[in-house]
Design a protein. Structure first.
Length: 368
């Protein structure tokens, strides 16, 4: 039976009976809600690369379920053969999108299960992998809600909020990251006024953010990317909330192309910019934004995608980076599930991870 609202669908799910990865094909939104089922390595790789599933947390969940599904198809009867196959499949999936750290984070976490449980029969290792993938998704939901609570403390009822790209429920398992304060605020009667950048060239803001916010009853206004200065100049924006694909140890943040422009404009108008970042997206091994590899995508996304006919001259050179890096000096705070980190980020992010380690240790002791 067709569901009424995009918010009623799971962004990513595991069909345990059929051993398939089930996702919303986000390239078809908002015109059509199409659910696709994936089982083969190439199908899963393509879904991540072609943005059928996108958003750092959702990519991580999809990768975790994906590597479990591929591992479950193994015919290996020894640990050594099984692990060799697992590594190859993991490396293959990890090559799909280099900038989003959640992809490698989830795959490394799944690999650690294989390493930790090497004394078990392969069938039992598979059971452990499935449980770990489920826990990665459950964590994503808990993390997004916590980010929403901390983010909500930074704004007031009736405020205007601008967001760029899609860091909403369609980018996660629930709530989103940058949209989590918006959804929680809507539940509590805050009635924010939200401005969603269209986010060229793939229009994630127009196709996805505006779609899901409107479907949820949020007061959302769609604007072109080059209109952010206009709405800030008029005093309509009190805060900027965006997601991220990787945060460096110094606070530099890689997010969808155009984010750094929004941050520079916001800095001019004294509007605070908040990065909503699960700790899984913070890479303390990457010192600065200069060390983040930026994915470059096909020229056709700029010259002809979404148009009835090509809108740029044949042969023109195109530069199409998927992400840019926002300098830490333009960021008012990094909102995590363990609190809001403030400058200097080298210090505050370490404190955030100390809280995370203490939380893990406390939960572990509670299970013993």
């Amino acid at each position: 039976m067709q569901k009424e609202n995009i918010m009623d669908y799971d962004t990513v799910a595991l069909d345990e009976e059929k051993n398939e990865l089930v996702i919303i094909d986000q390239t078809k939104l908002p015109g059509k809600i199409e659910i696709i089922r994936l089982k083969e390595a190439k199908e899963i790789w393509d879904a991540i690369y072609l943005l059928k599933v996108r958003g750092a947390p959702a990519i991580g969940v999809a990768a975790a379920y994906g590597i479990y599904i591929l591992a479950a198809e193994s015919s290996a009867d020894t640990y050594e053969a099984f692990y060799e196959e697992f590594k190859k499949k993991k490396e293959y999936l990890n090559s799909s999108r280099p900038t989003a750290v959640n992809l490698s984070w989830a795959l490394n976490r799944m690999e650690q299960v294989v390493l930790d449980e090497k004394e078990l029969p392969v069938a039992e290792i598979l059971a452990c992998l499935k449980e770990e993938a489920k826990e990665i998704q459950a964590e994503d939901i808990r993390v997004c809600k916590a980010i929403g609570e901390y983010g909500l403390s930074l704004v007031k009822p009736g405020n205007g909020i601008l967001t760029h790209c899609n860091a909403g429920q369609l980018a996660t398992s629930k709530y989103g990251t940058a949209t989590a304060p918006i959804y929680l605020g809507e539940e509590r009667g805050y009635h924010f006024r939200v401005f969603a950048d269209e986010t060229r060239p793939l229009l994630q803001g127009a196709r996805l953010t505006a779609f899901e916010l409107q479907s949820s009853g949020v007061d959302v206004t769609l604007i072109c990317d080059n209109m952010s200065s206009s709405v800030m100049q008029k005093g309509w924006v009190n805060a900027v909330f965006v997601g991220c694909d990787r945060v460096a140890a110094n606070g530099d943040t890689a997010n969808k192309i155009g984010t750094s422009v929004v941050a520079a404009v916001a800095d001019h108008y004294k509007v605070p910019v908040y990065i909503c970042a699960p700790t899984s997206t913070i890479d303390m091994d990457t010192k600065t934004g200069a060390d983040i590899k930026i994915e470059e995508r096909p020229a056709e996304e700029v010259t002809e995608m979404w148009y009835k006919e090509r809108m740029a001259p044949e042969g023109v050179k195109v530069y199409n980076p998927a992400f840019d890096v926002t300098d830490h000096e333009l960021i008012a705070g990094i909102v995590t599930e363990y609190g809001v980190a403030r400058a200097p980020y080298e210090t505050s992010l370490k404190e955030i991870f100390k809280k995370k380690e203490e939380d893990i240790r406390r939960k572990k002791n509670g299970r013993q």
